[in-house]
Structures are given as structure tokens and as C-alpha cells.
Design a protein around this ligand. Structure first.
Ligand SMILES: Nc1nc2c(ncn2[C@@H]2O[C@H](COP(=O)(O)OP(=O)(O)O)[C@@H](O)[C@H]2O)c(=O)[nH]1
Ligand SMILES: [Mg+2]
Length: 682
């Protein structure tokens, strides 16, 4: 058994824009807890969390990593996450594993795009939040202005719980022992503000405090404080320098005394059952109950095999545990259970509820899997996390002949590790397409593949995933009749088609009256329609957002067969489509750019020439501009290189799928003229 209990565990994910100091702060915390004698440095490549050679080369975290520390009877699991927009999926993926999300902000740069997204996502997921303003040792910073910015943008519930003092050489506590002077603001006032916020959670305590003016002890305030964190009624702000270590031991103290234990955080949104029959399930951190654990990260390594990192939500995992993966029938035996310290695995014999552990060499493990030890929990899963949708693609071929199989399997392993990477096999084009959130995301995936799996690939821009739809209603009718020799085929179909709102997909309605088409043949008509939709009618792309109503037809008692109605459905649909103003839809993406302000003219001109639209510009405290824009995916193939040259290498961007919209006429014509429909099919 570990030396700590569930009550003593604190699970904390550090998130925030790349470069704000998360990885260095983890080093500082490990040092403050006595786990390492000197903090490592990102530049020297000796930190616990950035252990991957590619991370060392880029000097940026590219995937999340877990370390833990023991301090004053508590056991803290820290998840360090990447902050570059392209790798944000890793940060979101860690949310189900923790009670607290700590959003780190660079004191010099202030609120950045990733800061904003993380604060919102963590709130949406009902996680307790804390803000750490790091790098308070830096030159030319304006901390009072930054605190104002934060409170204005994210609400008055963001309140300093300590304040910098002695010119940022240390911090003073504003909650437990509010004593002394701060560099700005007042310790007493900060103390009062926090207390006001906390007592609102409990009427009795509020009365004691406000009406009777009683001094409240830390013990009295603990429960309402936790409740305020859980309800997002309080988001404490604290200050650190991972460089001078100012505020670091105070941060550790806050983790110990105030951050929720697994018993105190909000319950995770587990669901039991499938789709619309699923009911809420709440896992209880009870060591004697069935095991329920959730895999929030997998890592494939050619030497150690697959490592699955999971958070135990209920029950106790031991070496002898036999765990099922989701609804799988065959359990695996844990055999070796680990705690992680960056790349190091430390074998342990027991994992208690609330803890974060790992198992190795279990190939069937996948991201988001639920591990459990009872068939009662077969259909347990977490409410899906909304991840940004990967749209930026690269078509990939094996670098040398005979490598195709190895290429596919190593790509599959990479996709397994990153919820924002997907692999599509475009059958029509016989093209393997890797999709991610941006150019850097895919470039690094390619580097990983080469280094880890020794597979080289050749890449090129992929075919754009256009779609087709209709813009008007129409009717179509078709009689399929074959009577050459033997048994004949007969089926006749009349149907109506109508456009549906964007994203609605496909609806099929059966309004046949009087049995003009017998019930058993109706699915055949639907099958024919679907076949036609998959092949497209204008330029060979799948069709969507169409409602098909089958309203009449004819059949023949002897010659009517399924195959006849499939054919009739297909042709009746295609006939209707030609009269329903068919059109090609193109994928539109949202872009979020950060560029030096001097590059604005060039960047916006270039975006306009790519049929892009600017939706908003904001000046960041660093002086850089954050731009929100929308553009057709088809125009962005060479965007990474172009942005680099327009911004002198200082611009960055992230893409996310937004919606489909009708392509301009010239593009419609061009795509239609390139299409060679299959002729001569039934
Ligand atoms: N001056 C100063 N530099 C810091 C501080 N924290 C981190 N850094 C430096 O900022 C750079 C980025 O830090 P890193 O930990 O990789 O940031 P991450 O991307 O958030 O993980 C590194 O060169 C660190 O040494 C700090 O508190 N003060
Ligand atoms: Mg980092």
C-alpha cells in the first residue's frame, strides 16, 4: 500500500500558452518538495517532463507527462501539458484525470489565446481552477494591470490569494496569515475579498462573519472554500517565479491546504449504457468497490511497448487485478503497476482511488478507455470531451516500397496517442491522409515516426474533403426492368428530395401508401439512395444534408427483388438531384493567429487573397496581435510557409474545422469538369 490515502492526493494539470513556464515550474515544485536537488532547465534539456528527444530539440513540451511528489503528508500528481495550439489536445485529454486545472500565465505576456481557451474549457468541464502568474522576476511587468485584465475578462471571482513582495523576491500569504506589505494592492483587502467570496457559500458562516464580526478559522472555512472552488465561485490567483523560486513553496502549501482531494472535487461525468439509453454514473473513491479507471494517455514506444496512463476513480488496482477494457470480454492481468516520474517508471504494488498509475505492454489499451473489473461496468464511458476537429491534412506514402504496412501501423500508433490526430483512408483516391491541427503538428508527427519507428514517408497535400448537396426540392422517378432470359427484375420508385440545414446529414422518410412498394423493399430503396449519395452527383464527392421522401412506386409479384429496388432508388434519386440545383460544398476552417503587429498588413492582405475573412483582432499585452479569421481549407495548403515569411518566423496559427459552405461557381465548374463518373453501372 502507498504511504498516503486518497484524502492526501492532489491531482493537478498545468496548462497555458507555450513558454509561460509550466515545465520549469514543475521542476521548481519538485525541488521545493525535495524530490530533486537542483531544478532542471528546458534549455539544458534535463527536465523531468520534456524528456523526449524531439521535445529537447524544440525546447517545447509536445505531449503531456506525469510526475508526482510527496510533501507534508500529501501526494501531488502533476500533469505537465504542451501549450502550443497544435498540441492542445494533450492538455484537454488530461482533464478527466485531475480535480484542479492550474492555468499558468506569463507575467510578461499576459492573457494569451491558449490561456483563454483553457480557462473556458476547464470551467465547462466543472473542474476547480487556479491561476498562477509566473515569471514575476521578469523585467518591465505590470502585475496590477494583469490582475485587472484577468478579473475583467474572466470574472471578479478571480482573486489573489497571495501577493508579490520585496520587489517580487517573495510572496505574502493573503489567506492564512495575512500579514505584511505587498508590492501592490493590500494584503488585508485581498484577505477580505477572498473571505467575502467564500462565506457566500454558507449562510451560517456568513452570519457569523458579517453580522457577528467573528474571526473564522481555517478549519471553518475549508468546506465552503472547496465548494467555492467546485462551483467556480472562486478562482484563486497566485504568483511565482520558476526562476528565482519566489512563491513556489507557497504554491505547494496551497496545493496541500486548499486544492481539492479526489474526495472533494466534482464527480466525473461517467455514463453507463450506450447513446440515448445512457444514464449518469458516479464513481466513488471507495477502495473496496469495483475498479473504475480511465485511460487519459497512451504512449507507444518501440522498446517498452505501449504504456497506458490512467486515473483510478473507484476501487483499488493491484498487480493481481484482472481488468477489462471497455466492453472487451477478455481481461488482462496488471502484473506490473507503475507510478510515473516523467520518463521513469517506478513499480508499485497498489493503486488507490484517486491516484494516477500506468501499465505497460497492453496493446489493446487506447485513449479514453475505461478499465474495470466487473462485467456490470462493461458499458461505462466518460461523457466525450469536445476536442478541436483535425482538418489540416497531409497525404502520406511510404518512402520505400514494401514499407506500406509499417507506415500504416506506425501512423496508427501516433493517432492512438493524440486525440487531435486522425488517419483517413480515402478509398476513392487510394490515399492515406493524416489530419491534425496545423502544419507543425503534422511535421512533428512525421519526425516522431521516423525517429521512433524508423519509418520514412513522402508527403503531399491531400485531396480536399469537399461534399455535395442540393439547393432546391425536386422529384425523381425510375423504373428498373430487366427481362433478358431467366427471372426478370422489376422495381419502380417515385421520391422527393429536399435540402436540409447544413450539418443535418441524411434523413429518409417512408410515405408509401397502399403498399405500392411492399415494406420489405423499402430498405432496398434507401440502400440505393445511399449508394448514390456516397458517389456524388456533381463532382464525385459524398452528398449530405438531404431529406429523401419515398412516396410511391410499383412492384411485380414475381420479378420484384431487392436488387431491382436498390437500382430504382439510386436512379430515381439521381434524376431528382439533376433538377434540385446540386452544388459542391467546401470545408471552411476557423483560424487563430498570433502575429507581430507590424505584420498585420501583409497577413490580412494574404488572407483576403485566399478568400479568407477577418473576424476580429485583439492586441495582446506583449504587443502582438491575436487574429480570428475564417478561410476555405482548400486555400491553406502552403499557409505555414507563407505566414513564416510574412512574419519573419514569429507568427503562429491553429486551425479548426468550422463548417461546410457552397463553393464559388468557378470552383464548382472546375471540380465538376475534373470528375469522370463511372459509366455503365447498372
Ligand atoms: N525569467 C524567468 N524565466 C522563466 C520562468 N519560468 C520559465 N522560464 C523560462 O521560460 C522558458 C520557457 O519555459 P518552459 O518551462 O519551457 O515553458 P512551458 O512551455 O510553459 O513549459 C524557459 O527558457 C524557462 O527557463 C520564470 O519564472 N522566470
Ligand atoms: Mg513545457
Amino acid at each position: 500500500m502507498p504511504r498516503y490515502t486518497t484524502n492526501a492526493i492532489r491531482n493537478i494539470s498545468l496548462v497555458g500558452q507555450s513558454g509561460c513556464g509550466k515545465t520549469t515550474l514543475v521542476e521548481a515544485l519538485l525541488h521545493a518538495a525535495g524530490a530533486i536537488s537542483t531544478p532542471g532547465s528546458v534549455r539544458r534539456g534535463n527536465t523531468a517532463c520534456d524528456f523526449d528527444p524531439i521535445e529537447k530539440q524544440y525546447q517545447h513540451s509536445l505531449s503531456s507527462s506525469v510526475v508526482s511528489l510527496d510533501h507534508a503528508n500529501i501526494h501531488v500528481n502533476l500533469v505537465d501539458t504542451p501549450g502550443m495550439a497544435d498540441f492542445i489536445g494533450q492538455a484537454i485529454a488530461s482533464f478527466p484525470a485531475v480535480e484542479t486545472v492550474t492555468i499558468v500565465i506569463d507575467a510578461q505576456k499576459g492573457i494569451e489565446p491558449v490561456t483563454r481557451r483553457m480557462l473556458e474549457w476547464a470551467a465547462a468541464r466543472k473542474l476547480c481552477r487556479m491561476i498562477v502568474i509566473n515569471r514575476i522576476d521578469a523585467e518591465g511587468i505590470d502585475l496590477p494591470a494583469l490582475v485587472d485584465d484577468i478579473r475583467q475578462e474572466f470574472g471578479a471571482e478571480c482573486l489573489p490569494i497571495n501577493l508579490p513582495a520585496d520587489n517580487c523576491a517573495r510572496v505574502v500569504d493573503c489567506f492564512y496569515e495575512p500579514d505584511g506589505d505587498a508590492d501592490f494592492s493590500s494584503v488585508a483587502e485581498a484577505h477580505g475579498n477572498i473571505l467575502d467570496q467564500v462565506v457566500e457559500m454558507d449562510e451560517k458562516i456568513m452570519e457569523l462573519y458579517l453580522e457577528q464580526g467573528q474571526e473564522l478559522s481555517a478549519e471553518q472555512l475549508h468546506a465552503p472554500f472547496e465548494q467555492a472552488l467546485r462551483e467556480g465561485h472562486l478562482v484563486p490567483i497566485c504568483f511565482t517565479s520558476a526562476n528565482t523560486l519566489a512563491g513556489v513553496s507557497e504554491l505547494l502549501m496551497l496545493c496541500e491546504k486548499l486544492m481539492p482531494s479526489p474526495m472533494e472535487g466534482n464527480p466525473r461525468p461517467f455514463l453507463k449504457g450506450e447513446d440515448n439509453v445512457a444514464v449518469n454514473f458516479s464513481a466513488e473513491p471507495d477502495p473496496t468497490k469495483h475498479v473504475v479507471a480511465h485511460v487519459f494517455k497512451v504512449m507507444a514506444d518501440p522498446f517498452i511497448g505501449k504504456l497506458g496512463i490512467f486515473r483510478i476513480h473507484q476501487g483499488t488496482v493491484t498487480r493481481d487485478s484482472q481488468l477489462f477494457i471497455g466492453d472487451g470480454r477478455k481481461p488482462f492481468k496488471v502484473s506490473h503497476l507503475f507510478k510515473l516520474q516523467g520518463k521513469k517508471q517506478v513499480e508499485v504494488d497498489t493503486g488507490i482511488p484517486g491516484d494516477i498509475c500506468a501499465v505497460a505492454k497492453i496493446d489493446e489499451l487506447h485513449f479514453d478507455a475505461v478499465l474495470h473489473d466487473s462485467h456490470e461496468d462493461d458499458y461505462l464511458h466518460l461523457k466525450p470531451l469536445p476536442f478541436p476537429v483535425a482538418v489540416f491534412g497531409l497525404a502520406i506514402d511510404a518512402g520505400s516500397r514494401g514499407d506500406e504496412q509499417r507506415l500504416t501501423s506506425s501512423l496508427e500508433r501516433l493517432v492512438d496517442e493524440d486525440p487531435c490526430l486522425t488517419l483517413d483512408h480515402d478509398v476513392q483516391q487510394n490515399e492515406l491522409v493524416l489530419r491534425g491541427l496545423g502544419d507543425l503538428h503534422l511535421r512533428i508527427a512525421m519526425e516522431q515516426m521516423e525517429r521512433r519507428f524508423n519509418v520514412k514517408a513522402v508527403t503531399r497535400p491531400p485531396r480536399i474533403p469537399y461534399r455535395e448537396t442540393i439547393a432546391a426540392e425536386a422529384e425523381g422517378q425510375y423504373r428498373h426492368k430487366k427481362q433478358s432470359g431467366g427471372a426478370g427484375q422489376f422495381g419502380e420508385v417515385s421520391l422527393k428530395i429536399a435540402p436540409l440545414p447544413r450539418g443535418a446529414g441524411f434523413h429518409f422518410k417512408d410515405e408509401v401508401k397502399g403498399g405500392t412498394i411492399p415494406g420489405p423493399f423499402i430498405p432496398a430503396v434507401e440502400k440505393g439512395v445511399k449508394q448514390a449519395m456516397e458517389r456524388g452527383a456533381v463532382a464525385g464527392y459524398p452528398m449530405q444534408d438531404i431529406e429523401v421522401t419515398l412516396f410511391d412506386g410499383k412492384y411485380h409479384t414475381v420479378d420484384s427483388k431487392e436488387i431491382a429496388f436498390v437500382a430504382a432508388g439510386k436512379h430515381a434519386f439521381l434524376e431528382a438531384v439533376t433538377k434540385a440545383r446540386p452544388q459542391v460544398l467546401e470545408p471552411m476552417v476557423s483560424l487563430e493567429l498570433v502575429i507581430p503587429s507590424g505584420a498585420m498588413g501583409g497577413v490580412s492582405g494574404d488572407l483576403t487573397s485566399r478568400r479568407g475573412q477577418l473576424h476580429g483582432t485583439q492586441t495582446l499585452p506583449s504587443g502582438d496581435l491575436s487574429i480570428k479569421a475564417q478561410a476555405p481549407l482548400a486555400e491553406l495548403n502552403d499557409y505555414a510557409g507563407k505566414l513564416k515569411s510574412l512574419t519573419g518566423g514569429h507568427g503562429s496559427y491553429a486551425l479548426e474545422f468550422s463548417h461546410y459552405q457552397a463553393a464559388p461557381d468557378s470552383l464548382q465548374d472546375e471540380l465538376a469538369s475534373q470528375w469522370k463518373p463511372h459509366v455503365g453501372e447498372d
